[in-house]
Design a protein around this ligand. Sequence first.
Ligand SMILES: [Zn+2]
Length: 572
Amino acid sequence: MIRLTLRPLHAGILATAALALGGCATVRGAPSSGGTRPAGFQILAINDFHGNLEVPTQQTTWYGSQAAVPGGEQRAVLGGAAPLAAKLAALRQGQANTITVGAGDLISASPLISAYYLDEPSIAALSQMGLELAAVGNHEFDRGTDELRRLQDGGCGKNTPREPCALEPFSGAGFSYLAANVLDDNGQTLFPGTAMRRFGDVDVGFIGMTLKGTPQVSSPAGTAGWRFADEADTANRLAAELTAQGADLVVLLLHQGATVEGMFRADDCAGLDGPVLPILERLSPAIPLVISGHTHNAYVCRMPMAGGGERLLTSAGRYGAFVSDIRVSRDAAGRWTMDAINVPVKSDGGEMAGVAALVARYATATQAVANRVIGRIDGSLERGMQVDSPLARLVADAQLAATRPPEAGGADIAFINQGGVRAAFQPAADGSVTFGQIFTLQPFSNTLEVKALTGAALLALLEQQFGETAEDGTILIPSTGFTFTFDRTRPVGQRIVAATLNGEPLDPARTYRVTVNNFLAAGGDGFTSLAPAPSVAHGGVDVDALAAFIAAGVTVDPLARVIDAGAAAPVQ
Ligand SMILES: [Zn+2]
C-alpha cells in the first residue's frame, strides 16, 4: 500500500483546514485540550465499468509488489458485478466512515447484457452495490443528455431507438452523477458539480467531471448544446468554493487518466504518462486526491505538487476488475495521511446475492436475444479488423441495402467509418450468424441518415479522411460499386486520385444520396463537411439493418474498394 504523508507546504495549507476544524471541533464538543481529534475515512473507487455485469472468461494480468512471484506478476479472472458488490461490502467491513465513488464511463460501450437494455441493469447493479457519487465520463453521453437524465432519474421515456424498461420497470440511479464542467448556454451544469459529505467531524468536498475533450470522442448529437470546460480551471474554482463552505479536504473524480507499464498496477505507477499529467500540474494544492479514469489502466501514484507537498492519484483499471481502496486519516497533531491500493476483484471472494440475481435475470433474457440465428454468410470474414475488410464492406452494403429503396431514401452509396466496426467475428461452420455476434460489432444503436451531396462535396468528404501528415486520418469504407484510390504523398486536399461509382467517375455537379450513421452525419470523426449537408431520409438502427441484410442471404465480397496508390495495394 502506498502511504502518502502530506509534506510541509501542503501540510501548511491543510493546517489552515485543521485550524478551522479545531475551531469547529470546540462547537462539536471536542476535547478542550485544543488538539485535533484523530479522524479517518475510506473512499472506495471504480471507473470504466462499461456495463460489464458478467464475470469474464478471460484472465487479467496485473502487477503489484505484494505478489509472491518474480516481477510481481499475478493473473486471475477479475470482475463481474456480483463479485464486485461482495468485494466492496467486504472492504467496508469495520469502516465507520466510508463512501463509494465512480470516475466515469460506468455505462455504454458495454456488452449486450447491458447495452441491449440501455444499461438499465448496470445502473441498478451499481446502485445496489452502494455507489454514491459518479463523475460523468465521455461514454455517459453516447445516447444524449436526455437519456442520461433518464438513467439518473428513472422512468421509461423513450429517447433512443431502443425500447426502455424492456425487462422490468426502471427507477433510476441510486447514486448522484456529478458534471462540474458540462455547461449549457446559461452556464448551468447538466448535473451538480460537487457534493459534500461528512465523515465523523471531517467535511469532504467531492468534485466530479469528464475530460474537456468529450465532444471530440463522442457522438456530436450526444453532446450538442453542451460546453465542456477546462478540467483544472473548473476544479480549482470549485475547490476554493468547497473550502469556503467548510470542506476540510477536496477530492476530484476526474474522467481523464494516465497509462502505466503493464496496464494494471496494484500499488505503484511505473511508467506513468498521459493526458492527466498536464491537468495535475495546474491543479490547486487544495485538491490532494485525484481519482481518475478513461485510460482503463490501474495505478496508485504519489506525485509532487507545485510548491511542495504530494498528491495521491489513483485509477482502478476497467470493467470492475479492481477497486481502489483509499484510506484517509488525520492524527492528533492534525496531519493527514493517505493510503491506497488497487484490490483485485477475484471470483472466489463471493457474490452479493441481490446483484447476482439481477445479473442472472438479464443474462437469461439476453441469451435468447444473443443466440438467435439471424441468417447465413457465405464466405470467410477473416481479417475482420483490417480497415477495408470483408466485415466493413458487409456493414456498408447492409446500410446501402436498408436505404436504397426510393421510399427509404434512394441511396446511391453508403459509408462506414473504420471506428464503426468495433469487433471481428466469424460465422459458424454452416455460415450462421447470431444477433449476439453482430451486436458486438455494432453496439451503439446508431441510426442511419441519408444525406444529399454533390459529387464535388463527396470528393471534399473523401479528402477529409486524411490529415495534415501522411499518417493522420480515418478511412470511410464504401458500399458495393464505389471505389476510390488515394495517395498520401500528395498535398492536403489532393489525396484522392480516383473515385468511381459503378465504374463511372464522380460527376461534380450531380447530387448523390449518401448513407452514413448518425455519428458521421453530425460530423463525427472529423468529417465536418457532412454536418451541413441536407438530410433526405432517416433510417432505422444500424444493427437492425445489418441483421436484415444477413437474413436475406449474403456472399462475402473479397474485393477491396479502397486503394492506396502509394502502397500500390488495397488498404489492409
Ligand atoms: Zn472514457
